[in-house]
Design a protein around this ligand. Structure first.
Ligand code: MG
Length: 262
């Protein structure tokens, strides 16, 4: 099943929905508990898709593809290297990524994202799939200059709009060998299979759940392949997960100027 959040009019409350080809039906209830599917009687193009999940927390994995670690001139870690992005960084399909005035180098990072379905703590890799609701596409947008100059990553990874998610949560995807690609203005920038991950999804869930409780709706970003590159105002960036779908966002300048900008 493909799960979306959507609304038909800007003043509406968001609804859960399910997608069948080019149509959307309401999900009555919650995909995390009991729910009932209503008829898919709306055209996908007639509704406004929202981020498919509002996560309580976003846990991200760095350097999880060997080729990306090499292009950054860093070692592949012995254990997964984690950081977080704030929930306020999430935007949905079609929402603009805003280039902050504090940065001169904002880059795209196409990633497979995991949406947790059940509370998980001390879960084994074998048990991990049972705690997953599904998968979506993510863009771990990064202010690379600030990430490097700060030494830690909260600022460079944490701006509003720096975590596009969508277009939906696919509950049936097999994440073991799917292509993750990124196109900017139609030009291919990143492409690799998830089978090239250093730590696969089940191991990542096990590792994170040995540190912190994962709650339903939490999101895990599983790392980016090589080919990261700069985004400029006017660009259109598309992250695609094979068999799942494409997440497209325009890129704009944030018009704000404040005390921490040059
Ligand atoms: Mg990343």
């Amino acid at each position: 099943m493909r799960i979306v959040r959507f609304r038909e009019n800007t003043q509406d409350w968001p609804s859960w929905g399910w997608v069948s080809e080019d149509r959307v039906g309401v999900i009555d209830g919650s995909p995390f508990s009991d729910f009932r599917r209503e008829a898919a009687d709306r055209h996908l193009s007639a509704v406004h898709l929202l981020p498919p999940i509002v996560p309580g927390k976003i846990i991200c994995v760095a350097r999880n593809y060997v080729a990306h670690a090499a292009e950054q001139d860093v070692e592949v870690p012995v254990l997964p290297l984690l950081f977080t992005k704030p929930p306020s960084s999430v935007i949905g399909p079609g929402d603009p990524i805003l280039l902050p005035p504090q940065s001169n180098l904002v880059e795209h990072e196409a990633e497979l994202a995991v949406v947790i379905g059940q509370r998980a703590r001390w879960v084994s890799p074998e048990e991990a799939p049972g705690y997953i609701l599904g998968y979506t596409a993510a863009n771990d947008v990064t202010a690379r200059d600030l990430q490097r100059s700060d030494g830690q990553w909260t600022r460079g990874k944490g701006f509003d709009t720096f975590c596009p998610l969508g277009p939906w949560i696919d509950t049936h995807l097999d994440p073991s060998d799917v292509l993750v690609t990124c196109h900017v203005n139609g030009h291919l920038r990143q492409m690799a299979s998830t089978r090239d991950m250093v730590f696969p999804v089940a191991q990542l869930i096990a590792f994170v759940s040995s540190i912190m409780t994962l709650e339903p709706g939490d999101v895990l970003l599983t790392g980016t392949p090589s080919g990261i590159g700069q985004l400029a105002a006017g660009d259109e960036v598309r992250v695609e997960v094979e068999g799942l779908g494409a997440l497209t966002n325009p890129v704009r300048n944030d018009p704000h100027r404040g005390p921490f900008t040059s």
